[in-house]
Design a protein around this ligand. Structure first.
Ligand SMILES: [Zn+2]
Length: 230
């Protein structure tokens, strides 16, 4: 009798452990890193003009869509775009949306312009999280260690992007810097603004307009994001 009870108990215990392992495993599979990609500009806000037909808004959207496609096969990553088409969305609307989505990461895409025709290369900005207390939209009383983690994550992703973008848009003098671009100002999450290249530089403009280079940029960004979560 005791032998049977012991056996039943062992079988039940094994079954219980099996169920626990299974549910833990399922949780691991279901846990996705939610990231927001922001193709800057859109609608009436065209951004920098590259030629009669194409402006910054089209290129940021094309790259964002290609990036989403690149990451679609990654089981642990889910990408949401702030816009999927040529629509006019204000910075505040984008930010409100981001606050609702609560992503783990935000990457905003722009093209650079100006600083003379020679200016070239990509540029990355990340938030310094300095004047959070003054911003109403900021998550109130975020603990310091959380802010430090956001900062570390932003820099870590920026370094990965740097490494993977360098072959496409070699940097000469531009680099990583702390700057509160409007889209990241006051948001408390790992965030980056990437100015992909200069629309005012003839050579880079040609690259930015090329669909194959746009896809290469998307691939470089996807690779960086995948490595970030590895
Ligand atoms: Zn822009």
């Amino acid at each position: 009798m005791i032998g049977i009870m012991k056996k039943t108990l062992t079988v039940s215990l094994v079954a219980l452990i099996f169920v626990i392992c299974l549910s833990l495993n399922l949780n691991a599979v279901e846990k996705k890193h939610l990231i927001v990609i922001d193709p800057a500009h859109g609608g009436q806000d065209a951004g920098v003009k590259l030629n009669d037909k194409t402006s910054e808004k089209e290129i940021t959207l094309a790259i964002a869509l290609a990036l989403q496609k690149e990451l679609a096969s990654e089981n642990n990553i889910e990408v949401i775009l702030t816009r999927n088409s040529d629509t006019n969305i204000t910075i505040d609307e984008r930010k409100d949306n981001i606050l609702k989505i609560k992503p783990e990461l935000l990457l905003s895409l722009h093209l650079n312009a100006g600083f003379g025709k020679e200016a070239n290369g990509f540029e990355l900005y990340y938030p310094g999280f300095k004047d959070l207390a003054e911003n109403k939209k900021a998550e109130k009383n975020s603990p310091k260690n959380k802010i430090n983690k956001y900062l570390n994550d932003s820099v870590r992703l920026a370094n990965l992007i740097k490494r993977n973008m360098d072959t496409l848009f070699p940097r000469k003098s531009r680099d990583l810097r702390v700057a509160d671009a409007p889209i990241i100002e006051g948001l408390t999450l790992p965030a980056l603004v990437l100015e992909i290249g200069f629309a005012t530089n003839q050579e880079e403009k040609k690259k930015l307009l090329s669909e194959s280079t746009q896809n290469e940029i998307a691939k470089a960004l996807a690779k960086s994001i995948i490595l970030f979560y590895r």
